[in-house]
Write a protein that binds this ligand. Structure first.
Ligand code: G3I
Length: 363
């Protein structure tokens, strides 16, 4: 059931701005900034190509960029103990600074994309010898260029233990306290940065997502109760049209999180279409993807604690969803394969221009 605002938005959707780079229409980052928010996307250093239309789109539409993989531990250090190679990430940082973009850092502690050998780490001594210097060096290297860090990514997994935590090498080294330890290390190395706990699958009515919301609320409560410097919950928002969305249930979760004093941000927005969606026409598929985004952002843009949206790629031709997934032509991003705006782009423009401003305390 779409909300009143989404139905209204769909009916007054901005006319397509035409091919990428069309003049005049304010970018999504500009629209978001008018309400104290940001809009951005993930990218790789290899996408920073002068005169490339896709890169021009990222420049025109985004106020924030996030390296899709080049700040990860395994991208910096091929093998455990290697000296970090910052060249790829530094290229993204330099391009962002040159163009006045702010940077989200992604991600300091994550059980994937690890240096070779890191999966075997398991003691407190391993933590001190490897994780502490990694977090300090990485957050320290990028310094004030990064305004917000995904300090810990994907810590929740209720199926793996009563405490709702995913069993990872970091958990093996320090138990559930590894999350608090990671945030304290990040706060020491990047005292200026907003520190974000990032995770996915927290939006839909499915029972397993409800279990994840419960586990996430317990973790946040434990961290804040221990005085851990946690500022933002990152909702990856890899949305999926197969699952059932109940606005009240999601809004209740959002209000519990913001009620604990955290900001909320969308960190990896895209939409996976249901298997078989390919049988429908492209226009209908793209409208369906825009509606999926509208359901979630309708709730978030009405909350002053909602700070921004980052999509995981800007145009479908660059989407990770196209690689080895069910739908090789997945329609899940604000721009199509040719860099033309999709209904999702119009819906984002309407939603980012509506609702309550970030940290608007007027009601
Ligand atoms: O292209 C380079 C190649 O030049 C290099 O030699 C090689 C060395 O590792 O890496 C190649 O890059 C690959 C990169 O994607 C670009 O395609 C990396 O191998 C590969 O690990 C990397 O995968 C990324 C993955 O995270 C792991 O870091 C995906 O792009 C990225 O979309 C995905 O993003 C994750 C988020 O971080 C967390 N949430 C889920 C999301 C999707 O899985």
């Amino acid at each position: 059931m779409l909300s009143r605002r989404t139905l209204l938005a769909a009916s007054v959707a901005l006319p397509f701005a035409g091919p990428a780079g069309a003049a005049a229409a304010p970018g999504l980052g500009t629209l978001a900034a008018r309400r104290g928010r940001y809009f951005g996307t993930s990218l790789a250093s290899t996408e920073i190509v002068a005169d490339d239309p896709s890169f021009a789109l990222m420049e025109a539409q985004c106020s924030v960029w996030v390296p899709a993989w080049e700040m990860k531990w395994g991208a910096l250090c091929g093998r455990l103990g290697d000296a970090p190679d910052y060249r790829g990430a530094d290229k993204v940082v330099a391009a962002a600074i040159e163009r006045g973009k702010r940077l989200r850092g992604h991600t300091l502690v994550w059980h994937e994309h690890l240096p070779e050998g890191a999966e075997a780490l398991q003691t407190a001594a391993d933590w001190d010898r490897h994780v502490v210097p990694h977090v300090a060096a990485t957050a320290g290297h990028f310094g004030e260029a990064v305004f917000e860090w995904d300090v810990v990514n994907e810590a929740i997994e209720p199926s793996q233990g009563d405490d709702g935590m995913r069993r990872t090498p970091f958990y093996a080294m320090r138990g559930p306290d590894y999350v608090a330890d990671a945030f304290r290390l990040a706060a020491e190395a990047a005292p200026h940065a907003r520190l974000c706990l990032n995770d996915d699958h927290l939006y839909y009515a499915e029972g397993w997502q409800e279990a994840r919301r419960v586990a996430m609320l317990r973790l946040i409560d434990r961290l804040l109760g221990a005085g851990v410097p946690l500022h933002v919950l990152g909702l990856q928002c890899h949305l999926d049209t197969r699952w059932r969305f109940e606005e009240r249930r999601f809004a209740r979760f959002v209000d519990e999180v913001t009620g604990m004093g955290l900001d909320l941000t969308v960190t990896e927005l895209d939409v996976t279409e249901a298997p078989g969606a390919g049988a429908a026409g492209l226009a209908a598929r793209r409208r369906r993807a825009a509606d999926e985004v509208g359901k979630v952002l309708d709730v978030l843009t009405d909350r002053p604690a909602f700070s921004g949206v980052v999509t995981w790629g800007l145009s479908d031709d660059r989407s990770w969803l196209r690689k080895g997934r069910k739908l090789v032509d997945n329609q899940g991003l604000p721009y199509d394969d040719a860099g033309r705006p999709t209904p999702m782009r119009d819906r984002l423009a309407t939603l980012l221009s509506s609702g309550r401003s970030h940290h608007d305390r007027t009601r």
